[in-house]
Design a protein around this ligand. Structure first.
Ligand code: MG
Length: 261
């Protein structure tokens, strides 16, 4: 059978699974919202052309923990071994099918700076284009995606708190250009009996444009489902997703905040 036939067939099946190719109709309603998880009818936020971004390529503050300075992945790991992604020219790149990478250290509430570039050569569509993600404590993903003229469901585009909240705007730069994330993540807090005292929340800027303002989450972020909170100590790794696309990262630093550090 010809390879092109299989590519056509798999793309048709993927499109069928996604409904219109840009969202779902068979997912549960998001708790506290009128939309379903990955709702294909949820409007996408407006495109915004970013201005200059103060932190793009800039040196970290003196008290930051530098997680990647352009040279090596010594602060990261793949499973229990060294991180398997490719480092070159001051950035590192996802090696598809090698798995995600995570920091060797754990953090609580943090300010994070990170830059990413989706592949200059545009391939795939919707969730298949430049997909990666920044995960806090394994459960809370802010999406990395090529959302430049790429239609996908609103709660899965670049800047989305995946499966719950679309960004307030779409200030993504074109494929191959560097985007900046400046994020404040607050971990959920639980009492001694495991009762939720305070939900996880994000404040985030993408390319200097505010895309989340103290946005609280109703539970961990997952594909297609509403997941409940499970109590933990409010600390965890930062991790980056291998979603099969060679997305690049550079200039990553973190500043621990608050009482959990
Ligand atoms: Mg992702």
């Amino acid at each position: 059978m010809k390879k092109s036939f299989w590519i056509l067939l798999s793309s048709l099946l993927a499109t069928a699974a996604l409904g219109q190719g840009v969202g779902y109709t068979d997912t549960p309603q998001i708790r506290g919202q009128k939309w379903k998880v990955h709702d294909k009818d949820r409007p996408n936020p407006p495109d915004v052309t970013p201005g200059s971004t103060f932190s793009n390529g800039a040196p970290p503050p003196s008290d930051a923990i530098v997680l990647f300075d352009g040279k090596d992945l010594s602060k990261w790991r793949s499973g229990k071994g060294p991180a398997k992604w490719k480092v070159e020219n001051g950035y590192f790149e996802v090696v598809p099918k090698s798995g995600g990478i995570e920091t060797t250290n754990e953090f609580g509430d943090v300010q994070l700076h990170l830059e990413f570039a989706t592949p200059a050569k545009v391939e795939g569509e919707s969730q298949g284009r430049g997909n990666s993600g920044v995960f806090f404590h394994k459960d809370f993903e802010i999406q990395v995606l090529d959302s430049y003229k790429n239609k996908t469901y609103a709660d899965g585009q670049a800047g989305a708190l995946y499966g719950q909240w679309p960004p307030l705007a779409n200030p993504i730069r074109p494929p191959g250009e560097w985007n900046t994330y400046d994020i404040v993540f607050e971990a959920p807090k639980f009492d001694a009996d495991g009762k939720l005292l305070k939900p996880a929340s994000f404040t985030a800027f993408l390319n200097g444009v505010c895309i989340h303002n103290k946005r609280a989450l109703n539970g961990p972020l997952r594909h297609r489902v509403n997941a409940p909170y499970e109590p933990y100590n409010g600390r965890g790794n930062l991790s980056l997703q291998d979603h099969g696309n060679p997305t690049r990262f550079r200039n990553i630093w973190i500043r621990p905040l608050g009482e959990y550090n």
